[in-house]
Design a protein around this ligand. Sequence first.
Ligand code: HEM
Length: 436
Amino acid sequence: MYQWLDERLDLGRLNAKLFRKVFPVHHTFFLGEITLFSFIVLVLTGVFLTLNYEPSTQLVKVEGLTDPVQAAYASILYIDSLPFGAVIRSVHHWSAHIMIAAAFLHLLRILLSGAYKKPRELNWIIGILMLVVTIVVAFLGYALPYDNYAITATRIGHGIAESVPWVGVAVAQIMFGGDFPGSSHNIPRLYSLHVLWMPLVLMGLIGLHLLIMIKQKHTQPKYAEKVAPGKILGVPALPQQGLMSGVLFLVFVAVVFLIGGGFLAHPVEAYGPLSANTPNVKPDWYFLWIYGLLKIIPSSFEFTIPLFNGGKFGPEFWGGVVIPSILLVGAILIPFFSFTEGNVKQRYLELPSRHPRRTSLTIAGLMFLIMCTMAGYIGDPGMEWLTISRAWLLIIVVPIVTYFVSFWIMRAIWGETWQKEPEIELIVGGGQAPRA
Ligand code: HEM
């Protein structure tokens, strides 16, 4: 069979060029792979869901329910009633959470190890875009069950889209196919964006990301410089790397099915179909920091520019659009503010502990997000101590204190040598003397 294929596809050349490509091995490199695996599981479980989901708000009768309900809602009841239907829906749900978390951790590893520097600036930018698109796809899928929970959470995003001065209402109408909720175009519009257009964009970006990564070659652990100077130290793409990735994929599938089976996505009947009741729901964790900002920006923080029918700059615009956009642009620009020594290409991973400024800034940034997230709980039972003014204080003070404390700890531990990468001593096994 190999010979038959080789004669037609010149597999030998492919084998020599692609399959023998060397991949450096480091446990943190699996974060990018886990992000990829989540995407694959999302597509596979998504195919099952699309085969059984009805993207329509037409009213239909469901056995056991007195009032007619929207077809989208009814189809989720149907999916949950299929053998393993609720588990597959839950695996889809949890894979989305894992993909966002893994992409974010992957971003942190790139940031903390300096892998974003020349020549990988492009892949850094594509990565940020992928993270944003992933979050957008997750948001677009939120409303599809069309239950009270999904609609209430999606309304927050709809309000943010509408808050953009002058163009917001038009943007929201295009995105949601009319007023939300209520328009019969809502579900078909969100559905096509969620299952087709945005995943296609994501697939294109992932393909580009991986092609660039293969072309530029992976950064390597520091010891590779000593063991194989000027070369790539690692294992061939096939069979070793492929085998490791294959095993990790199977483990990933097993774990996500365990999570999906153990913790089912919320049953739609717990909240019921669209009604005037607004349940007290919060957005998912990755939106909570924006939700927190929306809670603490005072409603008086608003003005209108009396031009072209008036452009309103309200708190939702500041918290939901301006601050996240500033952070996004800042993140995109990171590689252009840090340079490699002598402007050479970055080949090796940097130790976070030996780059205390960057590491402390990253931890401070995380603290900012955590404090904003905490503000999302203002007014909840048990959180009475958290007033709006205290939340402001925490958001400003905690990141600054964190920066100085973590910087001080790194300086205290490594003293004068804090900026130097440690000397690597190579120990060769089998009782031989070290060679380097
Ligand atoms: C959202 C979907 C994403 C997928 C599926 C993905 C996938 C991958 C994979 C499989 C690798 C190789 C293994 C590794 O280094 O972990 C990689 C490398 C890389 N990724 Fe991503 N990634 C994603 C998001 C991001 C993000 C958010 C960033 C940063 C903003 C980023 C920046 C990079 C860079 C710079 C490399 C090269 C790393 C090196 O050479 O050390 N990626 N990505």
